[in-house]
Ligand binder design. Structure first.
Ligand code: AHR
Length: 517
């Protein structure tokens, strides 16, 4: 009996020992080519999107000059301050679906004379047009951000679009420029980016790609602006990309960008899944779908490469992010959702993906800035909450206009046997101070990943700083009236082994490692 017990104990110890050895051997490896960057990560990849939807514009950004909420000329003060902290490079407005019902002339001139508009897409609310062209473009000046306007193709006319361009950009004595002066603005606004419609396969008019491509060319012919962005397809609609690229091949002077929208919905459009009340299963579904963005994006890019080998037309990912169920009790059609650590990891995955394809991805605009979908900030009457996604955008400022460095990732697998991904999402860049910034997401909710980072082409560097976004639970989030659960903190776990970095990357985290020679 005793002998049997001893034998069992020995077997148990052997099993334990093998497991320990196995765990120690499972080393993930990231290789960064520190001296071979070719393309710049356009800081506009860190762009934003503010639509007339729910409480994004009205109540979120715009409270009006007479409001008791602290404001700067009508713009909510705490929101302006938070957005300034992010140095948001570009802001898209007025939609979204709203762009194709918006008539810009209703939003200029004395506020009391402006007609109302029923927002048929979002909650059916009646808006008073108190936030219009002047209010948006002045906001962009306040935030020191580039505006990106979307013109109405679905229910508008080329003449209306042409008039808006003239109103905004002309410094001559044209009727529209004179009207702008009459409305109090002497100098034109230098608006470079103009979207020609939005999702014209759906809310923007339910058009075929073929029909829209012709309309795009028609509208673009009358919109003399530096940068015209054609409405693109969504997720895996390669047909739309193919048609748009093919039909504009001979008119490259008319198209500078093709838009692309990609939303991640964990389950389905009817029941997407809760933003906060989820477990490992929903984490998996969401993260796997986030990781698939790379594959889909590359297919769209390959189509663009085929028709545009000289790389003149950029891919503009002007709507992206996680789309969850609305918060219980919030108004239907307002798309108000909370934002957890899972959303932070999502943001890191998308942003790493865009960085790594920055040869053609020149702008991206997360949906949306305030109180809608995967927002930067949430507000109530008196308070503002910075979401976990806010902190990813703050951390990733390190990549603004830096040269993207090629990265190779050999990591443990995440996902199932047929559809697996590396459990680490990574991008890296070198800025004009020769600092190298590496951003990494450990996309697992339960596995710390022992990792070696090899820096090829750079010796004798030191670690300038390292930061982490993580929290106790996969669904930790920040909320009104509570201390923050998710934010950026210093990360002390960086070691060096020869010229390599050794780091045990905590599960469900986003990391920034900054190196300097
Ligand atoms: O961002 C919310 C909506 O999603 C936008 O209005 C539309 O373009 C997309 O379908």
């Amino acid at each position: 009996m005793n002998n049997q017990r001893t034998a069992l104990l020995i077997i148990l110890l052997l099993v334990l020992f093998c497991n320990v050895v196995h765990t120690q051997e499972t080393v993930n490896r990231i290789t960064i080519q520190a001296d071979s960057g070719e393309y710049t990560i356009n800081k506009n990849i860190y762009g934003h999107f503010a639509e007339h939807l729910g409480r994004c514009i009205y109540d979120g950004i715009w409270v009006g000059e007479g409001s008791s909420t602290p404001n700067i000329n009508g713009y909510r003060k705490d929101v302006v301050e938070a957005l300034k902290e992010l140095e948001i490079p570009v802001l898209r407005w007025p939609g979204g679906c709203y762009a194709d019902i918006y008539h810009w002339m209703d939003g200029i001139g004395p506020k009391e004379d402006r007609p109302t508009i029923k927002n048929i897409f979002w909650g059916g609310v009646i808006e008073d047009n108190s936030f219009g062209t002047h209010e948006f473009l002045d906001l962009c000046e306040l935030l020191e951000t580039e505006p990106y306007l979307a013109v109405n193709v679905g229910s508008g006319t080329p003449e209306e679009a042409k008039g808006w361009v003239e109103y905004v950009r002309s410094d001559e004595n044209t009727p529209m420029a004179d009207l702008r002066r009459k409305n109090g603005r002497e100098d034109p606004w230098d608006v470079k980016y103009w979207g020609i419609g939005n999702e014209n396969w759906g809310c923007g008019g339910n058009m075929t790609a073929d029909y829209y491509a012709d309309l795009f060319k028609r509208f673009s012919t009358f919109c003399w602006v530096p940068y015209r962005i054609a409405g693109g397809g969504g997720n895996d609609d390669y047909e739309w990309t193919e048609t748009l690229m093919e039909k504009t091949e001979g008119n490259k002077n008319l198209i500078q960008g093709l838009s692309y929208h990609h939303y991640t919905v964990a389950h389905n459009w009817e029941e997407k899944g809760s933003a906060t009340d989820f477990g490992p299963g929903d984490w998996d579904l969401t993260i796997r779908k986030n990781m698939e963005v790379d594959k889909m994006l590359k297919k769209h890019l390959a189509i663009m490469d085929k028709y545009d080998p000289e790389n003149r037309v950029a891919l503009i990912a002007d709507e992206w992010g996680n789309w969850h169920d609305k918060e219980p009790g919030s108004r239907p059609g307002f798309l108000y959702q909370q934002n957890t650590l899972r959303d932070a990891v999502t943001a890191a995955i998308y942003l790493n993906t865009f960085n790594n394809s920055c040869y053609r991805v020149k702008m991206a605009n997360i949906a949306q800035t305030v109180n809608v979908l995967q927002a930067m900030v949430l507000t109530n009457d008196t308070e503002l909450v910075k979401t976990p996604t806010f902190y990813v955008f703050k951390m990733y400022k390190a990549h603004f206009d830096a040269v993207m460095l090629p990265v190779e990732v050999k990591a443990e697998k995440y996902g199932d046997a047929e559809n697996d991904f590396p459990a680490l999402s990574v991008s890296a860049s070198k800025n004009d101070k020769n600092e190298i910034n590496i951003t990494i997401a450990n996309v697992t909710y339960d596995r710390d990943l022992s990792t070696v980072i090899e820096i090829d082409g750079l010796d004798n560097y030191s670690v300038r700083k390292s930061e982490i976004i993580t929290a106790g639970e996969m669904n930790s989030y920040n909320d009104f009236g509570k201390d923050e659960e998710v934010s950026i903190s210093e990360f002390k776990g960086i070691g060096k082994e020869g010229n390599n970095i050794k780091v045990n990357i905590p599960s469900k985290s986003v990391l920034l490692i900054s190196l300097i020679k």
